[in-house]
Design a protein around this ligand. Sequence first.
Ligand code: GLC
Ligand code: MG
Length: 249
Amino acid sequence: MSQFMFVSDLDHTLVGDDSALLDLNSRLQQHRQEYGTKIVYATGRSPLLYRELQQEKNLLQPDALVLSVGTEIYLDDSNIPDSQWSEILSPGWNRELVVNTATKFLELKPQPTSEQRPFKVSFFLEAEQSEKILPELETELQKCGLNIKLIYSSGIDLDIVPRSSDKGQAVQFLRQKWKFVAEKTIVCGDSGNDIALFAAGVERGIIVGNARPELLQWHNENPADYRYLAQNYCAGGILEGLQHFGFLE
Ligand code: GLC
Ligand code: MG
């Protein structure tokens, strides 16, 4: 056994099966103590919603937090987002212009204020309308010269973020900072905003058994032997995958 970098989405990936989570947490905690394994959460949640879940589920203290779909990185329990990362996201980003352009689309319903972040503008968009609206919205935003990316998850959540940002880019940033090779990095997810985790490089990947259709479809179109589709759900699927790759016994 040796140290590795563990990266996981929270909702419906790490969190969702309480007893499997207890088991996974105790093994990860022990691995961190013995080998210096790093634990990273990568979630779409804002700091506010992250703290709520952290308390509710008694999550382990992570070594780094990737919040707001990769637009904010917090290191060593800091309350201030990493400024190096914010600088990478700034060029070509104009929040006000994004909001003004997107609000012309009446199908887009704004998410709560807590989920509107400096580098993330979020809406609810019904799945039936998404196929028509997403390309139109992207064209409109590009016409304004905005350097953005649309991330659509779970048939409802739409995030508009800088092009240089997503969970996957944020993990590459951390991996390089901590000097972990892709072979010693494991990323876990269940939905659309996790595709970037799996697509950014050749990190070992675990797709939990309860994954959403958008992620499964992407996985089927982009198969790779360094990615494992688990049978078990949530933390149970993560445990299964960690054993498959030999990260845990
Ligand atoms: C979380 C966030 C939300 C985001 C979604 C998908 O639910 O709270 O703002 O749209 O993740 O990334
Ligand atoms: Mg999820």
